[in-house]
Design a protein around this ligand. Structure first.
Ligand code: SF4
Length: 363
């Protein structure tokens, strides 16, 4: 679904009409990540539903790097830097407390064992300050990038997907805000939280973090080719911010994981269809589940979303996994190992994942 010249930004009135049209007081609360998966594949929605995780506005494999170091929030980067410097200051004390006993041992008793022991300890412990130092260097680089960024922002009057640079938007006066609570629409019965919100005055644009696992996909994203499930999520967040926070949220930002770049996506009314479809399917799946229908989710047939789906990715089966609640659905690969996948275990077949085909799991 592409944007053309006749499209205009969704207004608060259109979001309210959407809310009235899709309101259902009897429906169960639906997480926005589940809603998005319901657009992608019903089985993926069921798996997400059963994981009972909160929506945090990022795709599972787009998680932050380097052990969760802050990457895009200046305040957090500065706070983390301060705490790392504090930790690093302990290192000379530790070294001194190791070396002194060694010197005393050598001087008084000529005990070389203590000296050897201390040397070994120092070698082992030197990893710790080295890792701290690497983290400090990384965060300093992040701050430097933020400081030298040039102020720029999309032309918000042009209703088309536009490239953005995270730090340029920050320089243009946007604040990166992480919502402390989940946003809830009690009428639509949806809840979720974008990864961040870019806030400037009355404008609040939701930000999601998406994975780019190939150069080809990155180029598609740069051209604004989002997956329908991603569009559904953007509409949901914009709707929540517009109606619940009373802000102007007719744009959303898609940030490419592992980079500082992304796209600004105008939210237009024609995108509402993805949202409606995900909401309707998600509600039906919850209702089926509540009524004890375990395997009601249909497998996609029109195209093969399984090829790159994380739920269908084959994993080598290990014995201790036998303690898991679901009985694994095992298939032997051409390498002689037993494989299973989250989707396969749950629904009892081998998804057409590209790695499964390479491993010969389809017989
Ligand atoms: S592997 Fe295929 S059927 Fe299973 S959740 Fe993913 S897309 Fe759906």
């Amino acid at each position: 679904m592409t944007i053309d010249q006749t499209d205009s930004l969704a207004t608060a009135r259109e979001f309210r009409e959407l809310q009235q049209e899709m309101a259902d007081s009897t429906a169960a609360m639906l997480g926005i990540h589940t809603l998005g998966e319901a657009v992608f594949c019903q089985r993926a929605a069921v798996l997400t539903l059963e994981k009972q995780e909160e929506d945090v506005g990022l795709e599972e494999s787009a998680l932050p790097v380097l052990g969760g170091l802050p990457t895009h929030d200046i305040d957090r980067i500065q706070a983390k830097l301060e705490s790392l410097w504090r930790e690093l200051r302990f290192w000379p004390l530790i070294v001194a407390s190791c070396i002194l006993p060694a010197l005393i041992g050598l001087a008084l008793m000529g005990n070389y064992y203590i000296a050897v022991l201390v040397s070994v300890s120092l070698v082992v412990f030197s990893r710790w300050p080295y890792e701290l130092w690497c983290e400090i260097k990384y965060l300093q680089e992040r701050l430097m990038i933020a400081q030298v960024a040039i102020k720029s922002e999309p032309d918000w009057t042009q209703v088309r997907t536009q490239a953005v640079d995270w730090w340029s938007l920050i320089r243009a006066g946007f604040n990166s805000v992480e919502k402390t609570r989940v946003l809830i629409d009690a009428e639509l019965k949806i809840q979720g939280k974008p990864w961040r919100v870019l806030q400037r005055g009355q404008y609040q644009y939701p930000v999601i973090l998406v994975k780019c696992d190939s150069e080809e996909r990155l180029n598609q994203l740069r051209d604004g080719k989002l997956h329908p499930q991603q569009v559904a999520r953007l509409v949901a967040y914009s709707c929540l911010l517009t109606l619940q926070e009373r802000t102007k949220s007719e744009w959303a930002i898609v940030l490419f994981a592992g980079t500082d770049t992304g796209i600004a996506v105008p939210i237009v009314e024609k995108y509402f269809d993805y949202f409606k479809s995900g909401l309707a399917t998600g509600r039906r799946l919850i209702s089926n589940k509540d009524h004890g229908h375990r395997d009601i989710a249909e497998k996609p047939t029109k195209f093969n979303p399984c090829a790159g789906c994380r739920f269908g990715a084959p994993e080598v089966y290990r014995l201790q996994q036998g303690l898991a609640q679901t009985t694994p659905y095992l298939t032997r690969g051409t390498d002689g190992k037993l494989y299973h996948s989250q989707c396969g275990d749950r629904f009892g077949d081998v998804p057409l994942h590209r790695a499964s085909e390479e491993l010969g799991l389809h017989g």
